[in-house]
Design a protein around this ligand. Structure first.
Ligand SMILES: CC(C)(COP(=O)(O)OP(=O)(O)OC[C@H]1O[C@@H](n2cnc3c(N)ncnc32)[C@H](O)[C@@H]1OP(=O)(O)O)[C@@H](O)C(=O)NCCC(=O)NCCS
Length: 185
């Protein structure tokens, strides 16, 4: 399996495209919000340096072809509202993981469903993945709703897998196979 450089994908309302150093302020606005990282094992960002570091890691991933990291931009305004990443590729077995976050001002408008659909289409059809996995906090209802709407199936449960803001947190494992994806399209 080859991982091509992160491409530009377009949907009705969104552009998914590689991050650039100019995205630092928009990215900071997303990840400095405690609501966005409520179920993550990392704290909200408190300085722009965190955004610059994250973009540096993305640029490195683009150079190495290790991950596919999209910035999610509103097509109409050009505002960067979040990220969608395909990561932890296991080429031999044609699988990877998916991660995503949107700024809270843009939740509940179907943008996550729309952006993830484009990334999954790319993963299954261009990267020839057979399986995409997601690992979510069982309290994260919005994330579960999006995954289940996209056809992911609940496959497992791992207790106390993460340390999230001072307490151990469980994982629900979700998986989506290419054949399930194609059947639904
Ligand atoms: C997960 C996330 C991307 C979902 O974004 P979103 O904009 O709400 O997604 P969509 O609008 O595409 O779809 C959300 C669906 O979930 C539902 N939903 C939203 N919040 C919900 C909640 N708290 N409980 C139950 N359902 C919820 C919405 O109603 C919508 O369904 P509907 O349109 O049928 O009503 C967003 O909540 C987020 O960025 N969270 C912070 C980061 C994060 O937790 N990422 C996932 C880590 S695994």
């Amino acid at each position: 399996m080859s991982i091509y450089p992160t491409p530009i994908l377009t949907t009705d309302r969104l552009t998914l495209r590689p991050l650039t150093p100019d995205d630092a302020a928009d990215l900071y606005a997303v990840f400095s919000d405690p609501a966005v990282v409520r179920y993550w094992s990392t704290d909200p960002w408190t300085s722009m340096a965190s955004a610059e570091t994250a973009i540096g890691h993305a640029l490195e991933a683009y150079r190495e072809g290790s991950d596919v990291r999209f910035g999610v931009e509103l097509a109409e305004s050009g505002v960067l509202i979040g990220t969608v990443n395909l990561h932890h590729f296991f080429g031999q077995n044609r699988r990877c993981e998916i991660g995503y976050a949107l700024g809270s001002a843009w939740w509940g408008k179907g943008y996550a469903t729309e952006g993830l659909s484009a990334a999954l289409d790319y993963g299954f059809h261009e990267l020839r993945l057979n399986r995409v996995e997601a690992d979510i906090d069982p309290r994260n209802d919005a994330s579960a709703t999006v995954l289940e709407r996209l056809g992911f199936r609940k496959e497992g449960y791992m207790p106390e897998r993460w340390f999230v803001h001072g307490q151990m947190a469980d994982t629900v494992n979700y998986g989506l196979l290419k054949r399930y994806w194609d059947e639904r399209r």
